[in-house]
Design a protein around this ligand. Sequence first.
Ligand code: CA
Length: 233
Amino acid sequence: MIPHILATIAGAWSLIGIIGHDPGAYTQGFELHDGVLYESTGIYGRSSLRRTDPSTGEVLQLRRLPDSLFAEGITFVSPDRMLVLTWREGLVLAVDPATLETVDTFTIRGEGWGLCFDGERVIRSDGTEMLRFHDPRNMRVTDSLMVTLAGVPQRNLNELEFARGVIWANQWQSNRILAIDPASGAVLRVYDMSALNPGRGSELNGIAYDSDRDLFLVTGKNWPLTYSIDIKL
Ligand SMILES: [Ca+2]
């Protein structure tokens, strides 16, 4: 990476609070909705959907998914419908958030990594530098966007969040969160979250926006803690 460009777009953030996080949760999706923090966890045979308390991190409800599914990102497309991505299964589950039961399924092509919703379009990452836009009614692909930093494509885009008119993305195998312009794909800011990483190969993954407090909850795969942070765009 070009150091002088990184310096100009390095984003500032500050720690506001700390809550618990199930260290057995291999976090793949993380989203707040109506006062509940929803989480999906991956790994074949261990994938799950959870409702958790955003003030403590306590797991309130957990549903195991079939052993054949490796759960990935989640996002709400309406108050009573949460979409759950799978990694290589080509399936997207529509889930009732009240019960965490699957009410519908869609098929997609390619891998599933992260999901978010901008109010009109479902946005999916697949581990490449491309973001795919889907119609939330049927998951048909409507558009795609290459994510670049100073013109350099940014691969390994992972968990996503849509907030403040911007796409926020974890970047796999880094401690970075990228703020991405949804129109151009340009990375507007890079946030270094190394200070939060507990180490031992732990992977930063999971961004959930708290619109009431204008804060973000961030965690990682099997991290024991979740952090609420204030991010300057
Ligand atoms: Ca998210």
